[in-house]
Design a protein around this ligand. Structure first.
Ligand code: HAM
Length: 420
């Protein structure tokens, strides 16, 4: 029979215990990012993968690439147009409005798959994972500092090098309008040189022209007015304060041309990039979106958030060794002998901080020790026929140059394991 293959741009991930494998890095990234979210006292929100397509048209905007050409939408059996979510923010706000919680403050996190029908390449997939946070119900100020502090904590947690955070401010409604008018006026004489995409952006959301990939547009923009001349002094000092406070942890750059690919942003925006990523260099992005709740039929709910692209982020990690010790448990007895498995059970209840890898397969001691080394075990506990008869176990020290192994009683094994 023919084999069935996975869909283009959609990857399988499997933990084979090899710490160099990207899948292993992805799972570790997810675990540790979740820990940062909970340490900051954020609460989890989990929304469905499928939503009414209108949710994304209304939030991301019909001029955005996400809605224009990347959305996975189709009619269900009832002829309702539904879409696989391309991002998590709109769903989180929809859920909060639906639960009638849009009058209170929230600090939320989520982690899950998103779908965008993009041309797959390194770092760009059709199904990818985002770990995100949304801070709802707070005006500009404290949440901006909190979110950049969280980005820095995540960068520190994973000891990332060669990355920087770009920040900008899109202004309040009034200054954004003045800037857009100035931009339109500046671009008017160049209209014949703009491609169709940039012309559409110019009418639907002029700020998005700044994000154009067209070289000619970018060279025209070199002399365009800068948003710096239009935003309020409070916005300028927010950018400067953030840069000054966090500069010692991560390189923070004010970039007055930074705009985001979704229409709902207002005010402070940011992106983290790494020179190690190649063309798709942004591993995280976010910003303030004060008007999204009203646009989705909810109350006034000033908000800010960000999402990390888990695959891109994981590819930057060099060292994923965890603080938890790993011990391998090897039996060289018949598979039907129950005693060793009960001993392993007792060890696990004695010390839950240890990762105990009980090797289930038959095989030689040599192959089992090879596996123990591969999964970074510090010790191997070995029970063969002789140990079983004598009521003992062998502790093999895998990382100790001076000590090879020791035979101990089961009681001694229990105290050794408890003390790890
Ligand atoms: P975004 O910039 O569209 O923002 O996506 C955030 C991150 O998701 C990107 O920086 C990138 O790392 C990753 N990403 C995006 N598309 C792909 C892809 N096709 N393959 C792999 N990774 C990808 C948002 O989605 C906003 N919802 C963030 C946000 C939350 N803003 C406010 N709250």
């Amino acid at each position: 029979m023919d084999k069935i293959h996975s869909l283009t741009g959609m990857l399988d991930h499997y933990d084979d215990g090899d710490i160099e494998n990207i899948s292993v890095k992805i799972f570790e990234t997810e675990k540790r990012i979740k820990k940062v979210f909970t340490n900051y006292k954020y609460s989890e929100i989990r929304t469905p993968a499928l939503e009414d397509t209108n949710l994304f048209i209304r939030s991301a905007g019909d001029a955005s690439d996400i809605v224009n050409k990347e959305i996975y939408s189709f009619n269900d059996r009832n002829e309702k147009n539904i879409a696989l979510r391309p991002e998590g923010t709109a769903s989180a706000i929809r859920a909060i409005i639906e639960k009638k919680l849009d009058q209170t403050n929230h600090k939320l996190w989520y982690l899950g798959p998103m779908w965008r029908y993009e041309r797959p390449q390194k770092g760009r997939y059709r199904q990818f994972y985002q770990a995100g946070v949304e801070i709802l119900g707070y005006e500009e100020g404290a949440p901006e500092y909190e979110i950049i502090s969280m980005v820095c904590s995540i960068i520190e947690e994973f000891k990332l090098k060669n990355c920087s955070i770009k920040i900008n401010h899109l202004g309040d409604k009034e200054s954004k309008k003045l800037f857009c008018d100035a931009l339109i006026e500046y671009l008017e004489p160049f209209k014949d040189s703009l491609d169709e995409k940039d012309l559409t952006r110019l009418t639907k959301n002029p700020l998005r022209v700044l994000d154009s990939k067209n070289k000619e547009t970018q060279s025209i923009l070199k002399n365009a007015p800068s948003i710096r001349e239009f935003i309020k002094p409070s916005a300028l000092s927010l950018l400067e304060n953030i840069q000054n406070e966090y500069q010692d942890i991560c390189n923070i750059e004010i970039d007055y041309t930074l705009v985001r690919g979704l229409d709902y942003y207002s005010g402070f925006v940011f992106e983290a990039i790494s020179s190690e990523l190649g063309a798709q260099d942004s591993f995280l992005g976010g910003g303030r979106y004060d008007h999204l709740s009203l646009k989705l039929g909810g109350k006034n709910l000033p908000s800010i958030g960000m999402a990390i692209g888990v695959e891109r982020f994981a590819s930057l990690i060099k060292d994923i060794t965890t603080s938890n010790k790993v011990v391998s448990f090897l039996t060289l007895t018949s598979n039907l002998e129950s005693k060793p498995y009960k001993i392993a059970h007792q060890l696990r209840s004695l010390n839950s901080n240890i990762i105990l890898d009980l090797q289930l397969s038959d095989g030689s001691l040599k192959s089992k020790l090879r596996k123990a080394n591969k999964n970074n075990s510090e010790y191997a506990i070995i029970i063969g026929e002789e140990e079983l008869r004598d009521g003992t176990a062998v502790i093999k020290f895998l990382n100790d140059e001076l000590k090879d192994q020791e035979t101990v009683s089961i009681e001694e094994l229990f105290s050794f394991y408890t003390s790890l």
